[in-house]
Design a protein around this ligand. Structure first.
Ligand code: PMP
Length: 417
């Protein structure tokens, strides 16, 4: 892509310049991205210069750590387009954000109330709802689907006067397709329900603005957008978060505690019990700065270019069936072959230092509805190059050409995700 220098971008990620990784073609970015030096430095700097616990104490280091956390909260509010830092809760990741919401929102629900999900959800947006539904007698309904792919425009068919929560992904981590969130906003307008968007995949590939989306809550994980693991964001409208009960109890989230009851702290601390992952918050701040310094539209155009190249080059191989489409896609290629198990192809690619993933990608209902137990997924980030794509495509072609010989030598193992 002429506007974006992928090699320069890649040079900022030191993992790729380690001798053991110089040949690596990393195509597992939907699982987690690599980290730029600025993020690694921010984590190290925190431990070297600012390590102390936050709010509780008041000495110099504690003040410095507290200021850092609240500064990053401000950056995160801008990053997601939130109106105030009161709307930003630090979590462990998208999974924890969704568990928090499932717990806190369900406190107000009655048996028979309905939660609407889609068949394309990551398990993080299925299992927490199943757990509260079972406990409280709630009903989970799914947007109508074809082969597991939600027919999003048919959302109104599953909305009823009992619908209290609609929670959906902004894009499939298994097949890559994006949800038309503006269409969803229109379909949900004037409904008395909580609308949650899982932006775990979206945030890596596109600017996220909660005001434009119009959702009530949104979750994401820093490790998917070049930040550290162990830290994520929950955005919630302040008026809604204010009325929700907290999920986990502990230090930092209270205003006053006596032996029999407690008064909770104000937002956002009410939802942040205990000591947060402070160094990871420092790394998240650096990741947001890093992304703000990039031309994100150019990165997205570059990823789109690579995605189209892969689909074009693999599309004419009869042994390979592409399950993903290049249009409206968050950088994900998904494929199967009726000649081999995806795990065999994955192992072949791994032998050539090409990292892809095989499995149901934590979206088992989607895979099952599409008739597969496992697919092979290659997922892109800004540091992938045309050379990465060429190596991936060449290796797949080579594998297919040698299928007969491989059938005799490669032993398949069951896939694990
Ligand atoms: N939702 C989606 C769409 C995801 O892709 C993922 C991660 N694969 C998650 C939620 C969970 O994110 P995490 O494991 O960082 O909590």
């Amino acid at each position: 892509s002429p506007v974006f220098d992928a090699d320069h971008f890649k040079s900022q990620f030191p993992l790729f310049s380690q001798s053991e990784n110089r040949q690596l073609v990393y195509l597992d970015n939907a699982a987690t991205t690599q980290k730029p030096l600025v993020v690694i430095d921010a984590i190290r700097d925190f431990y070297l210069h600012s390590n102390a616990n936050t709010h509780r104490s008041s000495h110099r280091l504690a003040r410095r750590a507290t200021e850092m956390v609240e500064r990053v909260r401000g950056q995160a509010a801008d990053f997601l387009g939130a109106a105030s830092t009161r709307e930003i809760i630090f979590t462990r990741g998208a999974t924890e954000g969704l568990n928090l919401l499932a717990h806190s929102l369900s406190a107000d629900l009655q048996a028979g109330d309905e939660i609407v999900l889609t068949t394309a959800e990551h398990h993080a947006n299925l299992v927490p709802w199943q757990m509260v539904a079972e406990r409280l007698g709630l009903v989970i309904r799914y947007v109508p689907e074809i082969a597991g792919v939600p027919q999003f425009e048919r959302l109104p068919e599953v909305l009823s006067s009992r619908t209290r929560i609609v929670s959906m992904t902004a894009g499939s981590n298994a097949l890559g397709f994006r949800t038309d969130l503006q269409q969803m906003r229109k379909l949900l307008a004037d409904r008395e329900l909580a609308w949650i968007v899982d932006a775990a995949q979206l945030a890596a590939h596109s600017a996220v603005d909660v005001k434009t989306i119009g959702c009530d809550f949104l979750v994401c994980s820093a490790h998917k957008f070049y930040g550290p693991s162990g830290i994520g964001l929950l955005y919630g409208r302040a008026d809604l978060l204010d009325t929700l009960p907290p999920w986990q109890g502990g230090g930092e989230m209270i205003a006053d505690v006596d032996l029999h009851s407690s008064h909770y702290a104000a937002l956002p601390h009410k939802f942040e019990p205990g000591t947060s992952s402070l160094a990871a918050i420092a790394g998240l701040g650096a990741a947001i700065d890093f992304l703000n310094g990039q031309d994100r539209t150019a990165i997205a155009a570059h990823e789109q270019h690579l995605l189209s190249l892969i689909h074009k080059n693999l599309g004419d191989i009869p042994e390979i069936s592409l399950l993903s489409r290049p249009e409206n896609n968050l950088g994900i290629v998904s494929l199967v072959s009726d000649r081999c198990a995806p795990v065999d192809l994955m192992q072949w690619l791994d032998g050539k230092d090409i990292a892809v993933r095989v499995g149901h990608h934590c979206a088992q209902p989607l895979a099952r509805a599409a008739g597969h137990t496992a697919t092979l997924r290659a997922s892109l980030a800004g540091y992938n190059t045309e050379d990465d794509v060429a190596q991936f495509v060449a290796a797949v072609r080579e594998f297919v050409q040698q299928l007969d010989r491989l059938d005799e030598t490669v032993v398949s193992e069951p896939s694990v995700d």
